[in-house]
Design a protein around this ligand. Structure first.
Ligand code: AMP
Length: 613
């Protein structure tokens, strides 16, 4: 199997960037040309090293490593199927349950199960695979934008809190794990990983201090910045909002060459002081730009050499494209990669394409990939139907990486080096083309997710349960909830969930505003831990809002859907709306609006671990 080129440790002038880029591009050529062969070897490698793990033995794979036997014997699964195994590992069972390699930590996915983050077991060597995927990005990019080695990237990167499982393993998000690893912290010199943010500012656990210091360093080095970004679009917009709120303090620091006293983390202060020098001229310039009435194009104004914005705007993040365009004066929005806690999947080989045309080429060495064909229901919602558990016939419908068909939609299924076997990731992808023999996929959606602002993913069932809990507050008022729907409102920064409620009022006692506010809070308390973390800790989600709409509004909504072609017999109130005219219709009939008065409760780790640690 083609080996990815190794990094050199030489931070000297003989660092041969061109040669390194060439080798990496050749690696992509090789693995995409030999995609099927590489996939076969990946599966053999995973199955032979794990031949004796409990999970494969229980299913009777018996040491087989070939695709046919694997596909006949091993079931296609979801998280719930492996949860008992995961729980045992979390509770301290170190026997080879899923992987022959020791589980080094858990990666806490933004997907949830029972309201808690899913726990993805991982092994040490996966960090190398993740680094490999990262190492492909800039050589690809440099084919389209030359000279990126001559300056810096201003990326707003953050770590999140971590917890310990009862068995003592660390549980944290994949990016936190990566930034804290030596692969990131001690990365060898590379002009492509030359960031304006010192490691200390990224690794600062206090999100305010981390953001402040990263922004300060970015401003100080504003002329050197050639690209800007964050992981998701929502994170980058949050950084702009932060600047809007704090630029006076930042300017003061730049003017005087001192750091605001709110930055108390000593390692952050020391790292920033290596960059910060008194620069009244720069402070005047930033002040002049930030005090203008309009913030349109603020990114290009403050960082004039920026060539593109590196953020994910595919999937639900596409809702942020207009805001990004406004602040960046239409700079190219570049989506470079597609990854998850389970596995890093692939890269965008045509990074300057339009966001709506982004496709990701899955890198065949990352894992063994299979694809479950997805049917689309016609109709207004054009909803995607994917069965929860698969019968035998459906299990046989899965196809290999090189066998997917152009234009067809599939759910992604992975078998990883860390011990997931035929695991349904939950993403729906559409084949957009091929790079040699490897398919390229548009990201279509995450199955079942109805609401998303940042990394939260709320499904219909969770929303339904949360609403059910909230309406208990109406009991004393003889009122019931006749209909509801929801909307992820990203016109506010941060965005927030809006619920549209139509009530049937039978009683005569009016419902006081505090009851609706209690309803907002109850819904937030009932939502999953990723949502609550976004509200409490990252402040990436604003307070939930309930808008009460006039009686008859949902009938109007149905009339509208039918006028667009929905079948009257099959019409069901959508539990989430996105289509602008429908949102307008709902807003035009809103009679009152209430917000959650405070943050819901949240703590790191799973509820059930609290008394066990
Ligand atoms: P997590 O496991 O919490 O890191 O979340 C991974 C999920 O984020 C993926 O399964 C996708 O649903 C979503 N995601 C990751 N990368 C992209 C991307 N480039 N475009 C759209 N969605 C993405």
């Amino acid at each position: 199997m083609p080996e990815a080129p190794k990094n050199t440790h030489k931070p000297t002038t003989d660092y041969n960037l061109e040669l390194k880029n060439k080798k990496i591009l050749q690696f992509i050529e090789d693995v995409t040309s030999n995609a099927d062969e590489v996939q076969k070897k990946v599966l053999e490698e995973i199955l032979s090293r794990n031949a004796h793990v409990e999970y494969l033995q229980t299913h009777g794979l018996n040491g087989h490593t070939d695709r046919e036997t694997f596909k006949t014997i091993m079931p296609v699964i979801t998280y719930e199927d492996i949860q008992p195994y995961v729980d045992r590992i979390a509770n301290g069972d170190t026997s080879p349950i899923l992987s022959s390699h020791p589980i080094s930590e858990f990666l806490t996915s933004s997907g949830t199960s029972g309201g808690e983050r899913k726990l993805m077991p991982t092994i040490e060597e996966e960090l190398g695979r993740r680094s490999l995927l990262y190492s492909l990005l800039m050589p690809v990019m440099s084919q389209f934008v030359p000279g990126l080695d001559k300056g810096k990237g201003m990326y707003f990167l953050f770590i999140k809190s971590e917890a310990k499982t009862p068995g003592g393993l660390v549980a944290r998000p994949v990016l936190t794990s990566y930034y804290k690893s030596t692969h990131f912290k001690d990365r060898p010199y590379d002009p492509y990983t030359n960031y304006t943010s010192p490691n200390e500012t990224i690794l600062c656990p206090d999100s305010y201090q981390s953001m402040y210091s990263q922004m300060l360093c970015g401003l100080c080095q504003h002329k050197e910045v050639l690209r800007v970004g964050a992981v998701f679009a929502s994170g980058f917009i949050r950084a702009i909002k932060f600047l809007e709120k704090h630029w006076r303090f930042l300017c003061n620091d730049i003017r005087t060459g001192t750091i605001d006293s709110q930055i108390t983390d000593q390692s952050v202060r020391e790292a920033v002081m290596k960059i910060l020098k008194p620069d009244p001229q720069l402070a005047d310039f930033i002040e002049a730009e930030c005090s203008k009435d309009s913030w349109q194009g603020i990114i290009t104004r403050l960082w004039p050499n920026t060539k593109y914005v590196d953020v994910i705007v595919t999937g639900t993040m596409s809702q942020y494209i207009p805001t990004l365009d406004y602040y960046t004066n239409g700079l190219p929005l570049v989506c470079t990669m597609y990854a998850s806690s389970e596995c890093y999947f692939g890269v965008n080989l045509n990074p300057l394409c339009k966001p709506s045309e982004v496709s990701y080429t899955l890198i065949p060495t990352m894992a063994y990939f299979e694809f479950l064909p997805v049917q689309r229901n016609n109709g207004v919602n054009s909803s995607i139907s994917v069965p929860k558990t698969l019968n035998e016939k459906e299990q046989q419908e899965l196809v290999d990486l090189v066998d997917v068909k152009l234009g067809q939609e599939y759910e992604l299924v992975v078998t990883t080096y860390s011990g997931l076997y035929r695991y349904r990731v939950g993403d729906v992808l559409r084949v957009a083309g091929f790079k040699n023999n490897a398919p390229q996929f548009n990201f279509i959606c995450r199955k079942n997710v109805v609401l998303c602002i940042d990394s939260d993913k709320t499904d219909e069932v969770e929303l339904q349960n949360a609403v059910k809990n909230a309406v208990n507050h109406f009991l004393p008022f003889d009122a019931t909830l006749a209909e509801y729907t929801s909307y992820a409102d990203t016109t506010t920064i941060p965005g927030h969930y809006v619920l549209y409620w139509e009530l049937s009022l039978n009683g005569t006692t009016p419902i006081p505003p505090s009851v609706f506010e209690d309803c907002c809070l109850t819904i937030e308390e009932s939502l999953n831990s990723v949502y609550r973390q976004g509200r409490v800790c990252d402040k990436s989600i604003g307070p939930l809002e309930i808008k009460i709409v006039e009686p008859g509004t949902f009938d109007k909504l149905m009339d509208y859907a039918i006028s667009l072609g929905a079948s009257i017999n099959q019409y069901k109130t959508p539990r989430c709306v996105k289509f602008a005219p429908i949102v307008e219709l709902l807003n035009s009939r809103a009679v009152s609006s209430f917000f959650s008065p405070k943050c819901p409760k949240w703590f790191p780790g799973h509820k059930q671990w609290i008394n066990m640690n």
